[in-house]
Ligand binder design. Structure first.
Ligand code: ZN
Ligand code: ZN
Length: 358
């Protein structure tokens, strides 16, 4: 089968690989319909390896070169012994996390804290940028009748957004700021509104992204940090207080400073984007205002189902972040290279491992 394989930094190849033959105990084979390109994938392409193992992974034994892709939806085509939750023909989305089940993180029921955590499409043999993927039964999320594969393919990033909003403790009536208007910033905007925020401001530097974010996520107002003082605007809208919760979704140092300054006394700033280097932080900006900085990573068991529920109810229109669907043959030129262009008009690109014509 054809697959997009990470061989090294700036070296992703579409090549022939062997398909999984049959599902073992507790496993299924999914025929992938669509798989999204994620910011994490872009990091692996431009600066990797970040997560991709060069030594055999402690849980899965996988090592580069690996098939990429972890935001996938498709159809079950084979089920192994003991599988009860799905049958052949079921449409599913996939939680990409594989975990050991016995370490301290797993015992606290936080798979993302597993000491041997393996993200599919990075640290497993099989990934979503290929026709077939071998997946654990526990990773599957059956898709409700009302939702299609596009919804399924954006379920993972939408669940990241939902968990971030949980971590921020957004309450009905809160005023929220999101810094960064990429797919995650857009999804966090939607999720904050679904959690009852009365106003969600979004700051974004690039004109194209300002436009995209405004159309897709419909924030209360889009702010251009090159033209306005973002913390000051937030204070003006909150009787001088500042935002109740701020989500930093850009991994930009200036946005990080704005995000903290825009957080009200006693408020919470959630760091969502993954910085690849250190930034300056004056701890007095925490002490003097009793602010918290909260990290967030992935999601908890159950978050995918909650996110699906919001999507079915029309309260989290996550599919709006999708700007194009391409064939796997074009994944480098029209996918990775397109998304790293500063002037890209794309937000979330989905990849079709099998062209619809075949
Ligand atoms: Zn992702
Ligand atoms: Zn574990």
């Amino acid at each position: 089968m054809k697959a997009a394989v990470w061989h090294g930094k700036r070296d992703i190849r579409v090549e022939e690989t062997t398909a999984p033959e049959r599902a073992g105990p507790g496993e299924v084979i999914v025929e992938v319909a669509l798989c999204g390109i994620c910011g994490t994938d872009l990091h692996e392409y431009t600066e990797g390896p970040q997560y991709i193992p060069l030594e055999p992974h402690p849980l899965t034994g996988a090592t580069a070169p690996v098939i990429m892709g972890h935001e996938l939806a498709g159809t079950v085509v084979d089920v192994g012994p003991g599988v009860t939750r799905v049958k052949v023909g079921d449409r599913v989305a996939v939680n990409p996390l594989q975990y050991c089940g016995s370490c301290p993180g797993c015992r606290r029921h936080v798979p993302a804290a597993c000491e041997r955590l393996a993200g599919m499409g990075l640290q497993t043999r099989w990934g979503g940028f290929a026709r077939y993927a071998l997946i654990k039964e526990y990773q599957l999320v059956p898709l409700p009748e009302a939702l299609g594969f596009v919804h399924g393919a954006v379920l993972e990033p939408a669940s990241v957004a939902l968990h971030a909003v949980d971590q921020g403790g957004v309450r009905p009536g809160d005023v929220v700021l999101v810094t960064g208007g990429g797919p995650i910033g857009q999804l966090v905007t939607m999720a904050a509104r679904a959690a009852g925020a009365r106003a969600v401001y979004l700051s974004e530097v690039t004109p194209v992204r300002q436009e995209l974010a405004a159309r897709n996520a419909e924030p209360t107002q889009v702010l251009d940090p090159t033209r306005v003082n973002v913390p000051q605007v937030l204070r003006e809208h909150t009787d001088g207080a500042g935002a109740d919760v701020v989500f930093e979704c850009s991994a930009n140092e200036r946005a990080f400073a704005d995000a903290l300054e825009a957080t009200r006394k006693g408020g919470t700033m959630v760091q969502v984007a993954v910085f690849t280097r250190a930034v300056a932080l004056n701890p007095a900006h925490l002490t003097n205002f009793e602010r918290r900085i909260q990290g967030t990573l992935c999601y908890l068991p159950g978050d995918f189902e909650r996110t699906l529920g919001l999507m079915v109810a029309g309260r989290l229109p996550a599919e709006r972040v999708v700007t194009s669907i391409i064939d796997v043959d074009d994944v480098v030129e029209r996918g990775f290279d397109e998304l790293i262009r500063p002037d890209t008009r794309n937000a979330k690109i989905l990849v079709r491992p099998v062209p619809t014509s075949s």
